[in-house]
Design a protein around this ligand. Structure first.
Ligand SMILES: Cc1cc2nc3c(=O)[nH]c(=O)nc-3n(C[C@H](O)[C@H](O)[C@H](O)COP(=O)(O)OP(=O)(O)OC[C@H]3O[C@@H](n4cnc5c(N)ncnc54)[C@H](O)[C@@H]3O)c2cc1C
Length: 443
């Protein structure tokens, strides 16, 4: 346990988002389920707010708290892969913990795209990455979870035990307990990846975006693509002008030729100013880590949308040209494929049929910029509202103080799913011990 005044307190109280400046009374680095149950009981009995920290990368910064207790799962990081392609992952593991255990066996769990992100928060909110079109969200590949609940009980959620709880964990966040172990389904990876970034300077953006939109209209599931606008950080040695990256990854281990042909179609439609290929999964999974440094000040917003026509392109390009500072980026994820085939009511995750998902990830180092940068992200999201297909992803949302919890949860899940989540919350956490999250209100 680390308390104020102890060596290491400054680090222990910090999370990825540098805006979050909280001073917990104690950060408890738990070793097992008994520790977790003891901390929950202590917080409950002393009426102290309790924060649960997985990888600490929650954009809204709920992994720490003023004058409360943090359950830090950072020592629960074991990863075991079995012969049936099931992967058991400790509740505090990062994406790189999982990738470095599965990749040598030619396998991957669908996770996100920055290796230091925590599996816990990522999965419980959804989990979008390079395998989403191929195999669905991280949450869709969650086979089971072991939890310690608000009463300290050990509960397993799977298709055969507490199936409704498993439903809730596939997008309902950390509302129902502390997950000590996730069990995922893994998938075979190509031995040599077919992955590439096509890079375009600003004058080429309109033709590149139009060509990408056309290219995405008819792609098989194994082709995943993300369109990114960034001002490259110095480490990438790519100059200081804003760039557009059309990044693509082909996942089918048995048919590399089709992936190469599809990439060649895009290359020919809009020849890049430069390109970079990657053949190794763990390198590809950490290629953009440099964009998500811990300690940057962050505020994110997201929108799902279906049509990438001239009106949307105008908003995107206007905002991308305006954004000249290092840190902030704009991603458009191409959705569809296996993600879209999961029935809407099979998980709490919203808007399965949306063709694209925009993530505006505001990040900057200087506190003096907090107000203007936050306003810029909000303004961008506001301009996208008319095009929205109704989906909000909790993991791509920054902290908005003073928002009504009911309204916020309804905006994400819609009334029907929210009713189901509220019923689960009443069953597993009626006192709302786990309230530092995208909260499902009980009352
Ligand atoms: C740099 C960066 C890159 C990102 N890239 C992606 C991406 O590619 N795809 C994507 O989908 N998302 C991405 N995200 C968003 C990410 O999924 C969320 O921020 C997520 O909450 C991070 O999880 P964490 O465990 O690291 O965070 P934490 O702050 O530790 O946890 C967030 C919340 O999750 C809950 N929680 C975490 N672990 C547990 C557990 N074991 N049991 C119970 N509750 C738990 C808690 O309520 C906690 O408040 C990224 C975020 C950052 C900062």
């Amino acid at each position: 346990m680390i308390a104020p005044g102890d060596e290491g307190y400054a680090f222990a109280r910090s999370v990825w988002n540098g805006i979050i400046d909280k001073h917990p009374s104690a950060v408890v680095r738990v070793a097992d389920e008994d520790d977790i149950a003891a901390v929950i009981a202590y917080a409950r009995d002393h009426d102290l707010p309790l924060a649960v920290r997985g990888g600490g990368h929650g954009v809204s910064g709920n992994g720490t708290v003023d004058r409360g207790i943090v359950v830090d799962l950072g020592d629960l990081r074991t990863v075991e892969v079995d012969d049936a392609q099931r992967v058991r992952v400790g509740g505090g593991a990062t994406l790189s913990d999982v990738d470095s255990a599965t990749a040598p066996q030619g396998l991957a769990v669908p996770l996100g795209v920055v290796s230091r992100t925590g599996v816990g928060g990522l999965t419980l909110g959804g989990g979008i990455g390079w395998l989403t079109r191929s195999y669905g969200l991280s949450a869709d590949n969650l086979l089971a979870a072991d939890l310690v609940t608000a009463t300290g009980d050990r509960v397993r959620a799977s298709d055969t035990e507490n199936a409704e709880l498993l439903w809730g964990l596939r997008g309902g966040g950390g509302n129902f307990g502390v997950v000590t172990q996730f069990t995922f389904r893994a998938h075979r990876l190509p031995t040599e990846l077919c992955a590439v970034n096509f890079i375009y300077a600003e004058p080429r953006w309109p033709e590149a975006v139009r060509a990408w939109e056309e290219w995405t209209r008819d792609l098989p599931d194994p082709m995943q693509s993300i369109m990114t606008f960034i001002v490259p950080p110095a480490e990438l040695e790519a100059g200081d002008e804003p760039l557009l990256l059309l990044s693509a990854f082909w996942s089918d281990p048995d048919d590399r030729a089709t992936g190469e042909r599809l990439l060649e179609d895009l290359r020919r439609a809009v020849p890049p100013d430069a390109e970079e290929a990657e053949t190794d999964w763990t390198a590809w999974q950490s290629a953009v880590d440099v964009l998500g440094r811990k300690g940057l000040r962050g505020y994110w917003k997201n929108t799902s949308f279906d049509t990438l026509d001239d009106a949307v392109i105008e908003v995107l390009l206007h905002r991308a040209r305006e954004q000249r500072w290092v840190g902030t980026g704009i991603d458009v994820h191409h959705m569809g494929g296996a993600f879209a085939r999961v029935p809407e009511d099979a998980t709490p995750f919203p808007a399965r049929t949306s063709r694209f998902w925009l993530n505006v990830y505001g990040a900057w180092p200087d506190p003096a910029d907090d107000a203007t940068r936050t306003a810029w992200v909000r303004g961008f999201a506001h301009e996208m509202e008319p095009f929205s297909s109704g989906g909000l992803y909790v993991n791509f949302l920054g902290r908005d103080e003073g928002t009504d919890r009911h309204e916020a949860a309804r905006a994400v899940y819609g009334s029907e799913k929210l009713d189901r989540l509220v019923a689960l919350k009443r069953r597993y956490d009626p006192q709302n011990i786990f309230h530092l999250n995208h909260n499902i209100p009980v009352e």
